[in-house]
Design a protein around this ligand. Structure first.
Ligand code: 3HC
Ligand code: NAI
Length: 693
């Protein structure tokens, strides 16, 4: 074995050279990796005894892509194109041996091998679109030449990681190696290629599939139409599509030029910068300064959920999906039946949509046990409470759970606003109590706010963070306080949205501005979806606010066919003359002379107070870092990832500008706009949230 450089080795198995890469954590294509690969190939090709070359990686994965941390700075060392050329033009067959994930530049390198072997657990994909990019090393030109235009379009615009067996069917992989035998299988495969004098296949020369697509120009138009909703606001999907179009209409080298041009446009644009930021921010959120990575975690083998309402059922589904048995306890048989029925229907809908099989539905349902007795949770490792949002009800449940569930087990609350410490106080195990705040629908939304109580132990925090990953969520650690991070900031936006409507805007004006900003829907449409009667009580309702009047009229949102909007039988929303009249009456009653409100004001009035509240949250140390707040908003509230999150957005606008607007609003409208001391400090020092320590 020869060390080519600190991350690359060259060894031989008879007449087959093996170029091995070992650059933890994910063998990303850093300058050292590119240098090592190019030199390894040069040496292997120059060695007269070598007849074929295997490219393999050590560690958890094959190359997971370009080194994203290098983006935006001057590239050093060997270029990726030179590495690819060294492989593709090698006079000796090159075989890529894939385990883990071959992603982005990693797959693009593998596509320059003459053949590819993978273990069944491997996955291949071009996920650049998720970073606001496109595959910039020939991926858009080579992929359709193997898998065809339609599959290539799907892969580059979804970024999906395709399992090896499917890759084999598509021709992306030539042979599967039994797990644990990748190196031997790849060497044997290469030897066979040499012995049988198989051709040195170059994907770039394989034009049949792209030529076939020339007769079907509608492919692109249809694809764009079908995906318009999903791609709204994003630049990268369209650029990816144009590259695949170029693969069809232009010769390979010309297609590469189009790819290069569009790649550079995206790379230097604001969307990719925001999406790359979000990629690292999400990983950063896992790092808790006083809870080291090696903190021992507790095993979670069985979970209990109390309450099978809107949230409890969805929460339980997360665990069943991950293969963890769950017992759900309800107060009454009909509520339990209803809750489990909803879960089953959700699973069946997924099965109909092709996401899994009817057998999977039964396997998952088989992991769920319904009960009317808290006693059945005695042997759980974790119990999550999702009963009514009332302190006395929650405390009663926790007091009882404390007497039932084995000592050492974790007791968690899904409360949206309540004080976790007060809830913990009902138990004799303060260190084992934590908030696990899921978002609705709990089986879909990626965010999990993990609320740290004053006494929550590090082991419990580490367990919760790990658990989030197990169930496919993004865990963000937050502190105790009304509404934690997400809902606390949301309250600012909701308040301003309601005020704007009284001052002169209509709900659909506010919604349109926020929708155009990139949110999936505005606050009023969201209210209609969630139900306007959440937290509304008929007996105490005074008909003083728009929401109260609507609820009193039984316009409670989509479920009643009307709310802020009117809905047709397909739940399509229309601006409502009824709502408009109520608003006009309320203005008269409150002596408000309506004015024309600009879109710019709507945006600033709804977003800047949120940014300001984010600053308060940071100042009060209820979030560890500004980027955690952004991750909350991207994953829990539909903040468009290509705008990086509210704190990132504030930084981009300039904190001095945000502060100036807050002060102007404060002068006009009072202390709803009181600037956060942190915002004032940072603006004065010319600093950014993301640099603040
Ligand atoms: N560049 C630099 N660092 C990377 C990286 C990359 N491509 N991919 C992952 N990392 C880092 C992460 O930041 C993290 O660092 P940390 O431990 O310091 O926080 C570490 O590797 C481990 O990553 P994860 O926590 O995400 O590990 P998982 O095992 O959960 O996931 C993965 C592994 C599926 C490979 C995931 O990291 C991933 O999706 N990575 C990005 C893949 C990607 O987008 N590739 C395309 C890059 S762009 C490109 O190739 C352009 C080309 O076309 C020219
Ligand atoms: P829900 O009213 O739909 O469900 C609550 C369920 O708890 C009911 O089925 C009720 O029968 C059951 N329940 C009440 N007391 C019980 C007891 N002592 N033992 C067993 N079951 C009992 O309420 P929802 O919306 O699911 O909310 C639950 C919790 O989740 C609340 O704390 C809420 O603030 C929080 N939450 C709600 C979100 C939402 O969008 N609905 C989002 C995030 C958190």
């Amino acid at each position: 074995m020869t060390a080519i450089n600190p991350v690359t080795d060259l060894s031989k198995d008879g007449d087959i050279a093996i170029v091995t890469l070992n650059s933890p954590p994910v063998n990303a294509l850093s300058a050292a990796v590119r240098d090592g690969l190019a030199a390894g190939f040069r040496q292997a090709v120059a060695d007269p005894q070598v007849k074929g070359i295997v490219r393999i990686c050590e560690g958890r994965t094959f190359i997971a892509g370009a080194d994203i941390s290098e983006f935006g700075s001057q590239m050093k060392g060997t270029s990726l194109f030179d590495v690819q050329a060294a492989m593709e033009d090698s006079p000796k067959p090159v075989v890529a041996a894939i385990h883990g994930t071959a992603l982005g530049g990693g797959l693009e390198v593998a596509l320059c091998a003459h053949y590819r072997v993978a273990v069944p657990s491997a996955r291949c994909g071009l996920p650049e679109v998720n970073l606001g990019l496109l595959p910039g090393a020939g991926g858009t030109q080579r992929l359709p030449r193997i898998v065809g235009v339609e599959k290539a379009l799907e892969m580059v615009t979804s970024g999906q990681h395709v399992p090896a067996r499917q890759c084999l069917e598509m021709g992306l992989v030539d042979e599967l190696a039994p797990e644990g035998t990748l190196k031997q299988t790849a060497v044997a495969f290469t030897r066979r290629i040499v012995a049988e004098n198989k051709p040195l296949r170059k994907v770039r020369e394989n034009n049949a599939k792209v030529e076939a697509a020339r007769d079907h120009p509608k492919i692109f138009e249809n694809f764009r139409k079908a995906k318009a909703r999903k791609f709204r606001g994003f630049q990268a999907p369209e650029s990816n599509i144009r590259c695949i179009e170029a693969a069809v209409s232009l010769p390979f080298e010309e297609g590469l030029k189009t790819e290069r041009k569009l790649f550079l446009e995206l790379m230097t644009g604001p969307q990719s910068a925001a999406q790359r930021y979000a990629f690292f921010a999400e990983r950063q959120a896992n790092k808790i300064p006083d809870v080291p990575d090696d903190t021992a975690t507790l095993p979670i083998r069985k979970v209990g959920v109390v309450g099978a309402g809107t949230m409890g059922g969805g929460i339980a589904m997360n665990f069943a999906n991950a293969g963890v048995p769950v017992t759900i306890v309800e107060a009454a048989p009909d509520a339990l039946d209803r809750g489990l029925g909803v879960v089953r229907r959700n699973y069946e809908r997924s099965a109909r949509g092709g996401r899994f099989t009817a057998e999977d539905v039964e396997t998952r349902m088989g992991l769920l046990t319904g009960s009317l007795n808290l006693q059945d949770l005695a042997d759980c490792d974790l119990v999550i409470e999702a009963v009514f949002e009332q302190m006395d009800v929650k405390k009663d449940v926790f007091r009882r759970l404390d007497g039932i569930v084995r000592q050492g087990a974790i007791l968690a609350s899904n409360t949206s606003y309540l004080d976790i410490d007060e809830i913990a106080g009902a138990t004799g195990r303060l260190e084992s109590v934590i908030g696990l705040h899921f978002f609705s629908p709990a089986n879909v939304m990626r965010l999990l706010e993990i609320v740290r109580g004053a006494k929550t132990s590090k082991a419990v925090i580490a367990t919760a963070m790990k658990l989030a990953k197990t169930i496919g969520k993004v865990g963000v650690l937050v502190g105790v306080g009304p509404g934690f991070v997400g809902n606390r900031m949301l309250a600012q936006r909701s308040r301003e949205a309601q005020k704007l409507v009284l001052e002169g805007a209509m709900p659909w004006d506010v919604d349109r501005v926020l929708y155009d900003f990139g949110f999936p829907m505005g606050p009023f449409a969201m209210g209609d979806l969630a139900g306007l009667d959440i937290g509304w009580v008929r007996e105490t309702s005074k008909g003083e606010t728009l929401r109260e009047v609507l609820c009193e009229m039984d316009r409670r949102g989509q479920k009643t066919g009307a709310g802020y909007y009117d809905y047709d039988e397909n739940r399509n929303a229309r601006p409502s003359p009824v709502t408009e009249k109520i608003i006009r009456d309320l203005r008269i009653r409150n002596g408000i002379d309506p004015r024309v409100i600009s879109d710019a004001e709507i945006l600033e009035r709804t977003l800047y107070p949120m940014i300001n509240e984010g600053a308060n949250i940071l100042d009060e140390k209820k979030a560890i870092r500004a980027s955690d707040i952004d991750i909350v908003w991207i994953n829990g509230y539909g903040w468009p990832v290509y705008r990086g999150g509210p704190m990132y957005y504030g930084d981009r606008i300039g904190l001095d500008k945000v502060l100036a607007r807050m002060k102007a609003f404060q002068a006009q409208m009072g202390d709803d706009f009181k600037p956060s001391p942190l915002l004032e400090r940072l603006a004065a020092d010319g600093e950014k949230f993301l640099d603040a320590r």
